[in-house]
Design a binder for this molecule. Structure first.
Ligand code: GRG
Length: 310
């Protein structure tokens, strides 16, 4: 359809992700030196450098590029959004929240260290994210990112983290779990939009801001990010059913057995797949009108989220 942008078919998405992840990892490493007191810095580095996919920082760099900016303009923001993501995972794994022993294939922070250290490592990463994002010395010396753009980016990130963002999503999720009864589609969407989509949205929007995007471009990229954020969770729910069915060799997997409300439970598998297709299509349509070559990473990231197998 005409709403869908033309994308260079030859784009090497895997190579792009790897190259950007290497650059992000090196910036994260430099942003958290092993300073005194050593144990808290060890815990911060343990979780931050544990090898996540780096989807959020890559989205941030890609959005900056679409807006016409350079990688160096967006790297402080890319580092900041990954710090926020990591601190939210550390806190999410705590016994008072999801109580998870494993994260990114190894013991979660409170398991590898202790609970108090994990709480403090999360707090310290939260503060450092804002410190890094607002540190003028982290940006190119040519003034390509103005203090006004940085202040706008800080406001965007603050909104995304707080009681109308990630925290709201977590509270709603904890409340829903505590009820022990299924939530409706509106409540499920609220949880996903706040727990997952909001940080993907901030990553893209902040990248666009420091890259010099217009307000109209920022809003279109914001809609793109919200679509892929929800898509991420719908696909997660679908994979939960299909994977566990495969593993068990049965028609009903662990998703249908657990108390957690999911899209397949609410809509059925077919309708959930249709919803995912709609979200993917909508995310693409928000990218039409931008440079067809520069949007390739964002288009392929949406496809990756939609068609991943785990
Ligand atoms: C933010 C102040 C503050 C508190 C935290 C605990 C909490 C409030 C929010 C929970 C947020 C949360 C854990 C959301 C789930 C997000 C999600 C989809 C995680 C998986 O993301 P991937 O697949 O993971 O990108 P990797 O490991 O690759 O980075």
């Amino acid at each position: 359809p005409s709403a869908e942008p033309a994308v260079a078919a030859a784009f090497d998405f895997k190579g792009y992700m790897l190259e950007k992840a290497v650059a992000v990892n090196s910036a994260l490493d430099a942003a958290v030196p092993l300073a005194h007191p050593k144990r808290i810095h060890e815990a911060m580095r343990y979780s931050l450098l544990a090898g996540g996919k780096r989807v959020r920082p890559v989205l941030c760099l890609a959005a900056c590029d679409v807006a016409g900016g350079r990688e160096s303009q967006a790297m402080p923001a890319a580092v900041a959004v990954e710090m926020i993501h990591t601190m939210s995972l550390i806190h999410d794994d705590l016994p008072c929240m999801d109580d998870d022993d494993l994260r990114r294939g190894r013991p979660s922070c409170h398991r590898a260290f202790d609970e108090a250290t994990a709480v403090l490592a999360g707090d310290a990463l939260l503060a450092l994210a804002f410190g890094h994002l607002s540190d003028l010395t982290c940006y190119p010396a040519d003034g390509s990112v103005s203090p006004d753009q940085i202040v706008r980016a800080v406001g965007e990130l603050a909104r995304c983290v707080g009681a109308e963002g990630l925290v709201a999503g977590q509270v709603a999720d904890l409340e829903a779990t505590g009820l022990g009864t299924p939530v409706n589609q509106e409540q499920l969407e609220f949880i996903h939009l706040h727990k997952t989509a909001v940080l993907l949205e901030a990553s893209v929007v902040i990248g666009a801001i420091v890259g010099g995007a217009s307000d109209d471009q920022i809003e279109r990229l914001r809609k793109y990010a919200r679509c892929i954020g929800l898509l991420f969770q719908v696909v997660d729910d679908i994979l939960d059913v299909t994977k566990s069915s495969e593993e068990l060799g049965k028609t009903a997997g662990k998703d249908l057995a657990s108390d957690k409300t999911t899209y397949p439970k609410l809509l059925g598998l077919e309708k959930s797949r249709e919803f995912a297709e709609e979200l993917l299509k909508e995310s693409r349509s928000q990218l039409s009108g931008f440079d067809a070559i520069k949007i390739a990473p964002l288009v392929h990231l949406a496809d990756y989220i939609a068609y991943r197998q785990k």
